[in-house]
Write a protein that binds this ligand. Structure first.
Ligand code: DAH
Length: 350
């Protein structure tokens, strides 16, 4: 055999072995390739080595030297493949010396939940329109959640299936001992709407009133893409002399333009709420259609009377919008349940 033929066989084998080791995706494939090329008995390198005996005597030293170089090269490529697969299994706890030139590891900063961010922005927008943000309790009595809002005793909104009532008697401390002597022993509930804060605010102050209140409300709804047993509302209330529906509409339009886009449209659909007359459902234009954002209307005279305001002198508007909806619309979130899974991979996007 001539030296040229031997060397070309050797080089071809080196190429094939290098490719096989580099492309092995797991330890089993790598071991199969090792046996094929480097196997001690019937490996292909062994077969090429046998050709060494047939090389012309004068060329033997050169052929032998080249064979050893190629063999070492193939073995080292194999070692690299072993290391590569080991590294892929998991980062090795290495005791490498500290390298001051490597870029630092940036600590991940926490951030506010998208609902909190939305609330902050809504407060900011309404603040610019002159509305002060106020808060109310999440555990309410029926007076603030229903009676003062003109919701009659037999109204379905009071149904135990629609509300989270709290069993005061069985909860340990009877209501009487909790400083509620003046009122009859009553069952409290988790508020089902932020309209409660309208009442609490008007009980405390005289007109003009210009407030918003953002917070959690609770209803025993089955969770789905647009419902959750706990969600957030933004409530708005404006009471003054001579307030009309036109004020309500222009306020909500300004609000929507700031919260969404400058050419968003507002649509009112006639509706009914016990605490407003007339009442409307508020839609905002979106993706060629309409999206329902919540309810609104002119505060019912009975509500004004319940808090001691004179309906002949004052009028006002109120609205209540779903904050999850606003947040989902701003960020194109298809399923509001994502907001409450606390999956940082989701939350990190906002
Ligand atoms: N409280 C209503 C609800 O939860 C929403 C609402 C409607 C609030 C009309 C208002 C209003 O202030 O005027 O469905």
């Amino acid at each position: 055999m001539s030296l040229a033929v031997f060397l070309s066989d050797l080089d071809a084998l080196a190429c094939e072995a290098t490719a096989a080791f580099a492309s092995a995706g797991d330890p089993a494939a790598l071991e199969a390739a090792r046996v094929e090329f480097l196997g001690a008995k019937s490996g292909r390198l062994k077969a090429v080595q046998k050709g060494l005996g047939k090389v012309d005597q004068a060329d033997k030293p050169a052929a032998g030297k080249r064979f050893n170089e190629v063999k070492q090269a193939i073995e080292s490529v194999h070692q690299q493949a072993v290391a590569r697969l080991a590294a892929a299994v998991g980062p090795k706890k290495s005791s490498r010396a500290f390298d001051p030139t490597t870029p630092g590891v940036h600590p991940r900063l926490g951030r506010l939940h998208p609902i909190t961010q939305t609330i902050d922005e809504l407060k900011e927008i309404m603040g610019r329109l002159g509305f002060t943000a106020v808060e109310g309790p999440e555990v309410e009595d029926p007076w603030h959640n229903f009676d003062a809002l003109n919701i009659p005793p037999e109204h379905p909104a009071r149904d135990p299936l629609e509300n989270f009532y709290l069993e005061m008697e069985s909860a340990g401390t009877p209501a009487v001992e909790r400083g509620m002597k003046e009122r009859p022993l009553t069952t409290l509930l988790l508020r089902s709407q932020t309209s409660t804060v309208q009442i609490r605010t008007m009980e405390k102050m005289q007109p003009p009133v210009r407030i918003i209140s953002c917070g959690r409300v609770y209803r025993p709804d089955t969770a789905d893409a647009t419902h959750y047993p706990m969600f957030h509302q933004i409530e708005g209330l404006l009471i003054d002399r001579g307030v009309t529906m036109a004020d309500l509409k222009s306020t909500l339009r300004l609000f929507a333009r700031s919260a969404f886009d400058p050419d968003v449209h507002i649509r009112f659909r006639p509706s009914f709420f016990p605490f407003t007359e007339p009442s409307v459902e508020v839609d905002m234009s979106w993706q060629g259609g309409w999206m329902e954002m919540g309810g609104a209307g002119m505060v019912d005279p009975n509500v004004l009377k319940a808090v001691g305001y004179d309906p002949e002198e004052y009028s006002g508007f109120a609205f209540g919008l779903g904050i999850e909806r606003i947040c989902a619309r701003r960020h194109q979130i298809a399923d509001i349940r994502e907001l409450y899974k606390n999956d940082v991979r989701f939350l990190r996007q906002f």
